[in-house]
Design a protein around this ligand. Structure first.
Ligand SMILES: [Zn+2]
Length: 250
């Protein structure tokens, strides 16, 4: 059987069952204003504004008259918690917006950085992008270097021989081929002269400006599939040369 009780604090009426009334000697908490009161003392038989019993909380712990004030404080605290929760929720929403903005910004900057640092790579795979990237680079003051895929530049053949007239002068001739399908930066040429035991006796690194006869080609790089012949003279006086090693590097 159900009866109606009235919250003395906000005058809201609730339907309660006898079981609910028996649970804590009638002590209940108003679901509307959180006021704790004795539902038995407040029983009425009007039925004007009736809330469902779900909104009337039966305290989990038995509430005695001496702890009633404390419970009211709890109710106030609950309200405060709700208030703070609201604040927390709204700041969480703000935070998540900020986080999204931050992530977006980082991704955007990351994208720009990637384009910046990979600009040379991008021109390899998307040759059409080069003109755009050149314009951007011109605006922000960067250069687009030619690719440096050393694996794609090969020494096709090489040879060294002593000069017929000048003692100690060694001539190196070699052919470099760019096997890439894009222009590349001219590599450095590292020549190591070795003795009978294959120990290095003399090592020299030749930069493109040193081994290219036509310096004007440096900016354009070694074109796709291009082959160049290199001839160098090295002064190796007082060095017994039995062999050599030739490497390309950047
Ligand atoms: Zn109330």
């Amino acid at each position: 059987m159900s009866v109606i009780t009235n919250c003395p604090s906000c005058q809201t009426q609730f339907i309660v069952t006898e079981t609910q009334l028996d649970q804590h000697n009638g002590q209940v908490r108003c679901g509307h204003c959180l006021h704790v009161f004795n539902a038995i003392n407040e029983l009425i038989d009007s039925n004007s504004e009736i809330y469902t019993t779900e909104e009337l909380e039966i305290p989990k712990k038995e509430i005695t008259n001496t702890t009633r004030n404390n419970v009211q404080e709890v109710a106030i605290k609950n309200n405060q918690d709700r208030y703070f929760n609201d604040i927390n929720n709204s700041s969480k929403k703000k935070n998540s917006k900020l986080t999204n903005l931050l992530i977006f910004t980082l991704v955007f900057i990351g994208g720009l950085q990637s384009i910046y640092f990979l600009r040379t790579e991008i021109t390899i795979y998307y040759p059409n992008s080069k003109n755009y990237l050149l314009k951007i680079c011109k605006a922000i003051g960067c250069n687009i270097d030619l690719p440096k895929k050393i694996d794609l530049i090969v020494i096709d053949d090489s040879d060294i021989h002593e000069d017929e007239n000048y003692l100690g002068v060694i001539h190196l001739s070699s052919t470099l081929i760019n096997r890439g399908n894009f222009s590349q930066t001219y590599p450095n040429l590292e020549l190591t002269l070795t003795d009978n035991e294959d120990k290095p006796k003399l090592r020299r690194i030749f930069k493109p400006v040193e081994y290219l006869t036509d310096q004007s080609n440096i900016a354009n790089g070694l074109a796709a599939g291009e082959e160049i012949k290199i001839k160098l003279a090295i002064n190796a006086q007082n060095t017994t040369v039995a062999g050599y090693r030739l490497f390309l590097s950047y």
